[in-house]
Design a protein around this ligand. Sequence first.
Ligand SMILES: [Fe+2]
Ligand SMILES: [Fe+2]
Length: 230
Amino acid sequence: MTLTPRALDEWRNRAEAEYRSAAVAARVVHNLIATGMPRALVQTGQRIVNDELDHAELSHGVWLALGGEGGVDIDVAQLTPPAGPPLLLLAEDVLRAFCIGETVAVPLFAAMRAGAEHPAVVSALERILRDEAVHRAFGWDALAALLALDPEGVPPFMAARLPEALEGCRRAYIVPHDLRRPLSAEERGAGLIDLDEYQHIVEECIRSSILPRFAKLGITPAHGEDTPGG
Ligand SMILES: [Fe+2]
Ligand SMILES: [Fe+2]
């Protein structure tokens, strides 16, 4: 099979991103323990660390199956955890990586799976998609636990951070992808989706899922254009 470097780049980037997700999930587990959160959340968090390490290996396997050679270099400097109070670090990660990142990941991976044909791609995406639904649910459960722990402090924190976190999500999924040129049938078969699909899925998920879920908890973006249900 001959594939453009774009398809290989996508899967190499995904392997790195999944590995970074494992580091974030491990940090979340640490901060769940440091803030005395319920054991069930800690256990799901531990499962997620393992899932993300599996996803990194699976993505690396897809990269090899598509013709990539060698290992994937991880920029470990990016994995150094930030310093700060555990509750604030936890709130930041739950917001960015889970309530936004994992919630957007579910429809994105579903769209990638819908067009995938290469057997290695299909099996990796099916496993990832199954897990991401669990990770998304964990994010909203963790947010509920944070609200119960600090009902005065967490809502304004989330409201203040939401606009920037949503922008970060839009940039993360959209800007680095060299997907402006139309995809070939083989690239779609390798699980790629084009820029328009990315943008549409991200915006639709923010509008119809993320903002309404925050709004139900009394959290609306403190400033910016995002309004729930708009
Ligand atoms: Fe993952
Ligand atoms: Fe995940």
